[in-house]
Design a protein around this ligand. Structure first.
Ligand code: NAD
Length: 293
């Protein structure tokens, strides 16, 4: 294997520590404690794990964590009323409604009911628009984490050919916007892209956000490219559950210059960036400059 391994776990730990230091300063200087409210509707097992980790890491960063657990049968109007209450609550600076939501609830309606300045997931249509037009915004956490790792490894991304595989609102589209802002030449590939391997082979930077286990092969990768693997796929190997990415790590690592592992790559960056966004929201809502992290 020739690729350098990009240690997202270590980078995320460092970021969370820097956020914690900034939170301590905010408390001391401005008597302000950032507060994050997380709303979980139903009992999706993966969501329960995420919400538990978010709570733990929010507390560790010195912030207030408010958890709201609602039954799967919760009517949409009840969830909208809770979001409205959180919008009005001055101790809440960040609001995150865990996705997916049960079928009776329109996720877009709920997300767009969050005050955009408290929308720490960055999914509100106003934040998507601000990001697309280069205005200060709360940026989706996983995409932000991908770009942070790429910049940490490669430095300035200006002029690089970037290929993003996946066009979801949660990962593909926002990561493409962030890379445009970094002055990359960006191609967004998706399920209808022709000759995907040839498209990916152009890339100095590959971001794979597909949700298909080990789809991207080493033969698709330009020698020396940086590969950021967003995929989290649970597969069975010898009767045991295992997490793999969207890239075939063994073959991609033979060719790439650097690569994120799964687990331990992009995954840990998501909550670290969520905490950063909560700090950002708390500062912005109170007219305080965001500290440099
Ligand atoms: P999604 O299902 O919403 O989107 C997948 C995208 O992949 C679609 O745009 C689709 O066009 C594209 N696609 C599907 N099949 C393809 C193919 N054969 N060739 C090319 N493109 C294809 O998924 P998502 O929410 O964007 O998540 C993508 C992956 O990232 C998943 O594995 C998910 O678990 C993971 N993820 C990880 C984190 C994290 O690390 N914290 C966060 C979000 C998502």
């Amino acid at each position: 294997m020739s690729a350098q391994v990009i240690d997202g776990k270590a980078y995320a730990e460092g970021l969370r520590q820097r956020v914690a230091v900034a939170v301590g300063q905010l408390k001391a200087t401005h008597k302000l404690t950032p507060g994050l409210a997380v709303v979980l509707v139903g009992e999706d097992p993966a969501s329960q794990v995420y919400v538990r980790n978010k709570h733990k890491q929010t507390i560790e960063a010195g912030m207030e964590s408010f958890e709201h657990r609602l039954p799967a049968s919760t009517p949409e109007a009840e969830l909208l009323a809770l979001v409205d209450k959180l919008n009005q609550d001055p101790s809440v600076h960040g609001i995150l409604v865990q996705l997916p939501l049960p079928a009776q609830i329109d996720a877009n309606k709920v997300i767009n009911s969050i005050n955009p300045d408290k929308d720490v997931d960055g999914f509100h249509v106003v934040n998507a628009g601000r990001l697309a037009t280069g205005q200060d915004s709360l940026v989706p956490c996983t995409p932000k984490g991908c770009v942070m790792l790429a910049k940490d490894k490669l430095g300035d991304l200006t002029g690089l050919e970037a290929v993003v595989i996946g066009r979801s609102n949660i990962v593909g589209k926002p990561v493409a916007q962030l890379l445009i802002a970094e002055s990359c030449t960006v191609t967004i590939a998706h399920s209808k892209t022709k000759n995907l391997a040839d498209v990916v082979r152009r890339a100095d930077l590959v971001i794979a956000a597909v949700g298909r286990p080990e789809m991207v092969k080493g033969s698709w990768i330009k020698p020396g490219a940086c590969v950021i693997d967003v995929g989290i796929n649970r597969v069975e190997v010898d009767g045991k559950g295992k997490l793999v990415g969207d890239c075939d790590y063994a073959s991609c690592a033979q060719v790439a210059g650097s690569i994120t592992p799964v687990p331990g790559g992009v995954g840990p960056m998501t909550i670290a960036c969520l905490l950063r966004n909560t700090l950002h929201a708390a500062c912005a809502l109170n007219g305080i400059a965001m500290p440099k992290l």
